[in-house]
Ligand binder design. Structure first.
Ligand SMILES: [Cu+2]
Length: 453
């Protein structure tokens, strides 16, 4: 794939084009797609797959033995009891998915969403899980981390025949552990996971835990190239979107908590990178994983916990009031679509170049001389890159642009949140005198010690 330098600059926001020139840039983006990738047709009309889900998720029976998990931007799969067995039904299928405002792609998932719905049960439960394949190719489901009979492990070709298009298979086993687990295909795995097939499988311990709020999400990456509508499964390193539960900030919902709540956040990683997940405002305890809730002697006090590929980690803390950032600490993972081969514009006087380019491309604006923060201002001014492309940095706070995208959200803790209330309370009202403030606009202010002459 070869992108023109202008495509790269547009895609990355090193340059933007005023909206008046939008049709030009969009046509250019499509030209390059048609010649190189064949995935240009914008799918909104007649698109394949389940449409983007709207409205409330189906109701889930209440089980008094545990506090239900809150799957960020997701939902929990309802079940029915059949002669003492908890029955679930997953459907593997193509879905239309919105990563963030205006950026939609044809993905694969389960039951109309990526990630698929969370499966929740209790240690000792016997579960029966039907899997219907509505994809165009075969699949299987692997229950990642679960202790089960070998023939239920879901590895296509190794422990079972693959599930052909249109077929339904059934898996049945007794849950012999508790902890934070996942499910994903083990057939054409690279492609099916790159398209979004994954889900959480939470097993609660028999003894009820004193956890007030129990959040869960999966880390993932997507090669949704600028100007395209389907992730590219061939990419191994340079991804365009980094997500919590298939969403980018600011589309990731906040983790709403009440002051003093015991909060657990369960994080699983089905991406192609390890992610150091960092939470502001507290020293959290790392308390568990796929291996269940660890004995207290194994708990560790941290502010960043790396969740490696294929791992799960549970962290716990007592919530303190404020708006606290929760994000991956790999700086590129809190950005959206970027070109990775772009020349570094910092410190480069592009004024003369800009005037010349404008003769061919009205509205062209070079940027990045003083750093990349102006990218979000250009986006706000209506300048745009290729169609269906998340701006590199997005999200606004009460004090201005947050200049983040991707794997970033906010733990919002307030004194007056009701039990079970997850509604966004808005921005934190800081007590008077507790916000950093300006004291001078003179660069020569004060006499700070500095190195050098
Ligand atoms: Cu990361």
């Amino acid at each position: 794939m070869s992108l023109s330098r202008r495509d790269i600059m547009l895609a990355t926001g090193v340059a933007t084009v005023a909206s008046v020139a939008g049709p030009v840039s969009r046509a250019a983006a499509q030209d390059h797609d048609m010649s190189t990738m064949g995935q240009t047709a914008p799918p909104p009309r007649g698109a394949p797959g389940r449409p983007i889900a709207t409205g409330p998720a189906p109701a889930v029976p209440r089980d008094p033995r545990y506090t239900p998990v809150r799957t960020l931007n997701g939902w929990t799969l309802p079940w029915r009891m059949n002669d003492g067995v908890k029955e679930f039904h997953l459907v593997a299928e193509e879905v239309q998915h919105e990563f963030g405002p205006g950026t939609v792609a044809t993905c694969w998932g389960y039951n109309g969403s990526t990630p698929g719905p969370t499966i929740e049960a209790v240690e000792g439960d016997r579960v029966r899980i039907f899997v219907t394949n509505r994809l165009g190719e075969h699949t299987s489901v692997h229950w990642h981390g679960l202790i089960l009979p070998n023939g239920m492990d879901g590895v296509g070709g190794l422990t079972q025949p693959t599930i052909q298009p249109g077929e339904t298979y059934v898996y049945e086993f007794t849950l012999r552990q508790h902890g934070t687990h996942m499910y994903h295909p083990h057939a054409d795995e690279m492609t099916q996971m790159a398209y979004g097939m994954m889900g959480l499988f939470i097993i609660h311990p028999r003894q009820k835990e004193s956890i007030d709020r129990d959040f869960a999400f999966l880390l993932h990456n997507w090669a949704l190239h600028p100007g395209t509508w389907r992730p590219d499964p061939a990419v191994m390193v340079n991804f365009d979107l980094w997500t919590f539960n298939s969403k980018v900030f600011p589309a990731i919902e906040p983790l709403v908590t009440r002051t003093g709540d015991r909060v657990r956040i369960r994080v699983g990683n089905l991406s192609m990178w390890n992610h150091p997940v960092h939470l502001h405002g507290v020293e959290f305890l790392v308390t568990g994983s796929d291996g269940g809730r660890w004995p207290q002697s194994q708990w560790r006090r941290e502010v960043t916990e790396t969740v490696s590929v294929g791992q799960m980690r549970d962290i716990e803390f007592d919530a303190v009031p404020g708006d606290w950032a929760l994000h991956c600490h790999m700086a590129h993972h809190t950005m959206n679509a970027m070109g990775h081969e772009v020349p570094n514009p910092t410190g480069v006087d592009q004024d003369g170049v800009g005037a010349r380019v404008r003769q061919m491309l009205p509205g062209y604006l070079p940027m990045g001389r003083q750093g990349m923060a102006e990218h979000q201002e250009h986006t706000d001014a209506g300048h745009q890159g290729p169609a269906n492309t998340m701006a590199m940095m997005t999200g606004k706070g009460p004090f201005g642009n947050i200049e983040m995208g991707g794997m970033f959200t906010v733990v919002k803790t307030r004194d007056d949140v009701g039990p079970g209330d997850y509604a966004d309370p808005g921005w934190y009202a800081h007590p008077p005198g507790t916000v950093a403030r300006q004291v001078s606009s003179d660069p020569d202010f004060g006499s700070p010690p500095r190195r050098g002459t």
